[in-house]
Design a protein around this ligand. Structure first.
Ligand code: GLU
Length: 304
């Protein structure tokens, strides 16, 4: 399979469709990006890199960072954490409060905001300096010094934090929150404000295509069975309330973010990151989703 030719073909076809969406504006700083950018990077398990379009331009990875933070605490799920977060698709918007109330403060999964806040809270309990640990971890699995936190994006979200703050207080009222709300939110907004290019992001997902082993860090990041479970969670919960449709159309485990990025893996083959800022009404990048749909249609193999 000539991956470079494949992604170039996908890129051209998506551009020709002239798809339109809307840049996320509830984080004002994110709304300032040029909406026409579009890039694809694919990394195979030998470390060969393929890219097209704006694949070297850093963008705000937002919720995609929830996969990294989940990975850092995953082994702890065997014990206490599973009682704090579930593993079911939410079928609701990522920042829904209603569901959290009628399910007694236990978030549906680690990728909706409430669930990700519980994960970040667990990281704050585990580490003295969680943000440094998150950055170091991501740099290690990408094999480069690539994590940058965009302070303007972080502040912009912090100044528009009513919903996430409400979720955190809600969790606390159900005793599902261990640390100070302000501390956890700061760490959460900071890891969401990390910027990476498509290539860097695809590298950070490589271990999930490789049974948990990172060719960049030269070590097992997750056991094979844990890597399989993170992939299962991405397949069922990685795309807000559009996860079913993504699984139906694309059929790859992946995670999207409101910055317009999507990272996905084809187990035992490659990891891929696609980015374009304009989103559909569910909060997923219009071009990125379409690109992955075309890509899996053109591939001679699939997950299923
Ligand atoms: N930081 C964003 C929020 O909490 C992340 C949203 C996303 O990418 O889904 O609203």
């Amino acid at each position: 399979m000539d991956y470079q030719q494949l992604i170039e073909e996908v890129y051209r076809e998506v551009q020709a469709e002239n798809l339109k969406g809307k840049v996320a504006d509830y984080i004002p700083e994110i709304a300032t990006v040029d909406p026409n950018q579009f890039g694809i990077a694919l990394v195979d398990l030998k470390g060969n890199l393929y890219g097209v379009g704006d694949y070297l331009t850093p963008f705000s990875i937002q919720s995609i960072s929830k996969v990294h933070t989940l990975t850092m605490v995953f082994h702890r799920f065997n014990s206490k954490l599973w009682s704090r977060v579930n593993v079911e698709p939410s079928g609701n918007p990522f920042n829904s409060i209603a569901q959290l109330e009628y399910e007694n403060g236990i978030p549906r999964n680690p990728f909706i905001n409430a669930g990700a806040l519980v994960i970040t809270d667990a990281l704050c309990s585990k580490f003295e300096n969680p943000l440094e640990q998150i950055s170091a971890f991501i740099n290690e699995i990408a094999g480069c010094d690539c994590v940058r936190i965009n302070q303007a994006v972080m502040n912009s979200e912090k100044n528009n934090a009513a919903r996430n703050t409400a979720l955190a207080y809600f969790l606390k009222s159900y005793n599902n929150f261990e640390n100070s709300i302000e501390e956890v939110l700061d760490v959460y907004f900071s890891h969401c404000a990390m910027e990476m290019s498509c290539v860097e992001l695809a590298k950070t997902f490589s271990f999930l295509a490789n049974d948990g082993y990172s060719i960049y860090a030269n070590r097992e990041i997750l056991s094979e069975s844990h890597a399989r479970r993170v992939n299962a969670l991405m397949l069922t919960c990685g795309f807000y309330d559009e996860a079913g449709e993504f699984a139906y159309k694309v059929g790859l485990p992946g995670k999207s973010g409101v910055g317009g990025g999507v990272a996905a893996v084809m187990p035992h083959k490659f990891s891929i990151a696609v980015w374009s800022p304009e989103l559909n009404e569910k909060g997923n990048s219009v071009k990125s989703i379409r690109a992955l749909e075309l890509l899996t249609d053109k591939l001679a193999f699939s997950l299923f």
